[in-house]
Design a protein around this ligand. Structure first.
Ligand code: 5AD
Length: 439
């Protein structure tokens, strides 16, 4: 989500005549886009802010803007006191405060900019917000496109609803327009984003959902692949699963966080489903789409989680052999229900032990599953080149990171790769001996 927000902002700034500086010390304007999903992420942002503080001391004319979940929808006044050297505060996905600030400084005519943007949106013509920033032009193959902003679910551990505001689906015309504009500029794969992406459209009062949107986005010529994340188990309809199965461009990869495998912990998290319901869902996905990858998120050490309860998560993963785990140790976040009403009582040592146990199982499962791809041919969308190692990097339909050597210019192309090495986290392969006619 932050990558998408940063892309929109960079494009708008470039339309005003800014260009990317070599380093923050060379810059007239520095924007720090922040994530606070866990304490660690927030600490990292605060560390960067301290660096910017000393920079601002040396170069007082540098404009410093703070964006994203650290600012949220109402943290700005508090942050202004704590970090007085920051000039502008921008909530997630909102670029206006910075544009207004630069306008107020006389750095450009912001009324003119607003007119141009409104005209572009009205006439569905390329507008600067969706033009790729210079550094991504010619090189970016994949783009993130937010389709649902905010979240209204209020899982007890999660800070996002407090920082990104209530759930808002973007109108389908705007999404299709953004993706079309990106494809015109060379983008070949889009990742449609929402905190609960499978709730897309529920707030729009139209009979139109994520499955319908997938069909419409798939109609865009020149787009090769579509992915979407993150789904909530309760909103994964058969219609959606069938759309993923039936639309060739939609990758058979679903991100369905389970968070925990014990019913009491799930209830304390206010996730709204049980261990059994999650298992049924995964069966439903796999019976309809045997080649689908199901990725998940797991939090270990939620308040009150006993070792026995934790083992329900472990068993669930072991039984379902989910394809990948995004794993986190529970981290207390301000404002959340868990922080206000529950005690963060699992010790750091115990959290780490549980994290490691899940991580080891995840590695075993991924290694075993990836090894089945050995000597098989997979279709890879080439995303970039690792010049140091002289090889291309891309992803399979199932989102497996794949490296291979080939001297042709293959950026943005779909290439068949024979896999000859498979580790837990990536695959190594080669293309067929290239015929002279292909060079
Ligand atoms: N502590 C640990 N992990 C968290 N996540 C969200 N909030 C917290 C928290 N307080 C994890 C969840 C979510 C992912 C994006 O981050 O697993 O799915």
């Amino acid at each position: 989500m932050n990558e998408a927000d940063s892309r929109h902002l960079s494009s708008q700034l470039e339309a005003l005549g800014y260009h990317e500086a070599d380093s923050s010390t060379d810059a007239d304007l520095v924007v720090l886009n922040t994530c606070v999903i866990r304490q660690q992420a927030e600490d990292k942002a605060v560390g960067k802010l301290h660096t910017l503080k000393s920079m601002k001391k040396k170069k007082p004319n540098t404009t410093i803007a703070l964006m994203g979940c650290m600012v949220g929808i109402k943290e700005a006044p508090r942050l202004k006191q704590r970090f007085p050297f920051v000039d502008v505060f921008m909530p997630p996905s909102e670029t206006e405060p910075l544009l207004d600030y630069l306008g107020d400084q006389g750095l450009y005519d912001h009324n003119k900019l607003r007119d141009t943007r409104e005209k572009a949106i009205r006439n569905a013509i390329q507008d600067e917000e969706f033009v790729l920033p210079a550094l991504q032009r010619k090189s970016a193959v994949t783009a993130h496109v937010p389709i649902v902003l905010g979240c209204s679910h209020a899982c007890t551990f999660c800070i996002i609803p407090y920082r990104r505001g209530i759930e808002r689906s973007r109108p389908k015309q705007e999404i299709v327009h953004e993706v079309t504009t990106l494809v015109d500029q060379g983008i070949r794969e889009v990742m449609l984003l929402g905190q609960i992406v499978d709730r897309y459209g529920t707030d729009l009062n139209e009979d139109y959902d994520l499955a319908d949107l997938l069909y419409d986005v798939a109609n865009i010529n020149g787009l090769f692949r579509i992915r979407f994340l993150t789904s909530h188990p309760n909103w994964m309809t058969d219609k959606l699963i069938d759309a993923v199965k039936d639309i060739d461009k939609v990758c058979p990869q679903l991100e369905i966080p389970v968070q925990a495998g014990n019913d009491e912990v799930l209830a304390n998290m206010r996730r709204g489903y049980t261990n059994a319901a999650y298992r049924t869902l995964v069966d439903r996905v796999r019976s309809r789409m045997p080649d689908a990858m199901v990725h998940t998120d797991i939090i270990v050490g939620f308040p009150g989680e006993t070792d026995e309860q934790f083992m329900d998560t472990y068993s669930l993963l072991k039984d379902l052999r989910l394809d990948k785990v995004h794993l986190a140790k529970y981290s207390e976040r301000p404002q959340t229900i868990a922080t206000r009403k529950m005690e963060d009582d699992v010790t750091p040592v115990e959290k780490e032990r549980r994290r490691k146990k899940i991580d080891e199982l995840d590695t075993i499962i991924q290694t075993e599953k990836n090894s089945r791809l050995l000597h098989k041919t997979v279709e890879v969308l080439v995303e970039g080149r690792d010049d140091r190692k002289g090889r291309w990097r891309g992803r399979t339909l199932q989102n497996k990171l794949t490296y291979f050597e080939d001297n042709r210019d293959l950026l943005g192309k779909l290439v068949d790769v024979n896999i000859n090495r498979a580790g837990p986290y990536s695959l190594l392969g080669s293309t067929s001996i290239s015929l002279p006619s292909m060079l």
